[in-house]
Write a new protein. Sequence first.
Length: 764
Amino acid sequence: EDRRTIFIHHDPDLKAPFPLRIGGDGASSPALADLDGDGKADIVFGTSDGLVYAKHADGSDLAGWPAAGDPIPYNPGSPAYATGAIPTPVRGAILASVAIGDIDGDGYLDVVAADMEGKVYAWSHQGVRKAGFPVHVNYAYSAHDVRVSPDKHSDNRVDRAIVASPALADLDGDGGLDIIVGANDRHVYVWDGLGSPRPGFPVVVADATRVSIDPGTHKVTPLAGSCNSLTTNCAFRGEKIMDSPAIGDIDHDGSLDIVVGTNEAYNEPINASLSSGTSMAVAELLAASGTEHPANSRVYAIHKDGNNHPCSGCPAFTAPFLPGWPVKIAFFASEILPDVGEGINASPALADVDGNGTLETGVFSAAGPAYLLNADGTSFYGNDPSGNYRVMSTEGYPASNSPDTPSIPAIGEGAFAGLTGTGTGPLAFAAPAAGLGRLLAIALPDQQLTADDHVAAWIAATGSYVPAFPRHMEELQFLTGPSIADVGGAAAGVRTPPEIIEGSAGYFLHAYDATGSEPPGWPKFTGGWHIANAAIGDVDGDGLNEVVTLTREGNLYVWDTTAPAGVEEWPKKRYDLRNTGNYQEPQGLTGNPTTTTTTVGGSSTTTTTSTSTTTTLQSFTDTLDVRRARLVLPDGPMNDSLSLRGFVALAAGSDNVNPAQEGFRLVLTGIQFDIPASAFTGPAGRWRYRDSSGAGSSPDGITSVTLRLRRDGRYNLSVRGRHADLSTFDGTSDRTIQVRVDIGNDHAAANLPFRRFGRNLRYP
């Protein structure tokens, strides 16, 4: 018999005309960015129909959108196509979430998406495909021989698809954004903003201490001998990259690194010291079931130059990886589901948990404890006497609203956030999880037990639960994860501590604060399966946040909230518009440089330039805390480059800074670079200047400046330059250089003892 389920539900917060049927499914998480420069964030997402949409808050499409991927071969004589039941042309499905940034340096945001055919596309803010795109993976790496047995290639079950979301970052320091993506052929690829592959990539991501890698095909073979089942010291199911890369300088050397996990699984003692014997008993029980096997997967940290990273004497295929990596990540049930339930499908997240200026990595497997890793791959929490990594708690949550214990992170991905709403207090790490009952129900399908699913939150610095967590969820949270932002409060326009916004396969979108409570009107009902993360931002220009999400059935929802729009904790999948998964990064530009509207005496005048008034003001001496700086000084004129990262703390009484009104000056012991106010873009507290040619500064040489307000009141500062004249610093000896930053009447300086490395200078 045919059945159809009909829901009748009224929600006064749901904006008209939503829910909006989009066609295709809603696996691609939405991003909110002002593509057309009207001051309102637009809703950007992909679909399994191979289309990328950009929509206004009223549900209408921006001019030039949706954009389309390439058609793929299909059989037009098939009844489904011949009758029109399935629209044609057929295109590669876009399940990955889009990344948004100015990849070619023209001053406008671009949209980057990847599809299941292994292609990466880039479109302008007007929906026009960028020259040089699409690019695609190397199809030879996923080519298979003719199968002569059912499971001949169990160690090489790879394909051309890209499920992971692309990330954007300036890996090589040239001032332009690169595109970084992991593929189902177990490689990480990097292209520049014009579509050219970066030297040193792609990198094959596999543990060369456990498998041999064919230098031509990159197929793997277990070192302990060919085997397709669990036997002692046997690798099995070496496969795909399902998670999205995280980008950040985790080893504090002034260069960005790539952190990514794989589906690899190795039959070896699990690398986890669990909080009590109960959790270990779970692993043993699953193993005894005969259907699931505890094992370890792997997470990797990759140098920015990939295969080209200098590494004298390194074994083959290990040069791309940072010392101490890959790291063994335990999972209790090795094959919960094909692909999405194997190894690591949880995209790593980065944050400076202890405030020491270096990044830690939060990660977990498809069903295993959550880890916090140091830059060298060691556990942030140390090891137990047996040498196993200490991990985040899995038990002991008396204030939770779920009795199903222990609680094991599962299937989705994690996020960092401060949950106090004060800008102070410890960071939390939040993630989807499943109780013991759920794991046993999966492992023992003929014994369906009472089971709960959870959203968990830990105090990241200690690994103990935030007291009210984990909270109950209706179902598993496949491939999704929490977004964390303020979505409600006691009164409209009043900021309150943020909520953890999380959907599942169980029809509801929840919003839990640190006490485990939900705002009035929550949870939100959709009647659909949530794979996409929600996105939070102001899409209608009313100054208040909206919550945007998609269901797998292809329905787009937008709800109003009472929370004022602002800088949020983790407002979308992968944290920012560039999908870096790095809590310390700016959340990205929300708009394109177009017009500025000034209101004077009740009338508005729109211009295309910004002006500022110079007034004699009190001068403030701020504090400049430089964490790392590099001067690269090769032979030849106008061929030098620089990079600098650190913090600026404003002096007491300062009237704050605004480089978009006051301009920006960098001084290096007498060498002065000025950037005009008109060159800066971005909302207040998240300013950015970018000119890949370096001609936007006077003199030439500065390619990018980022100034981002932190929750502790300091500003993150990042400056990069190339083709500059730094010839006064010849790199022949150590030297002290005064670095000064001027923004209006605020001045911050530091004397830095640089060390010589060849002809280059480094601090520290």
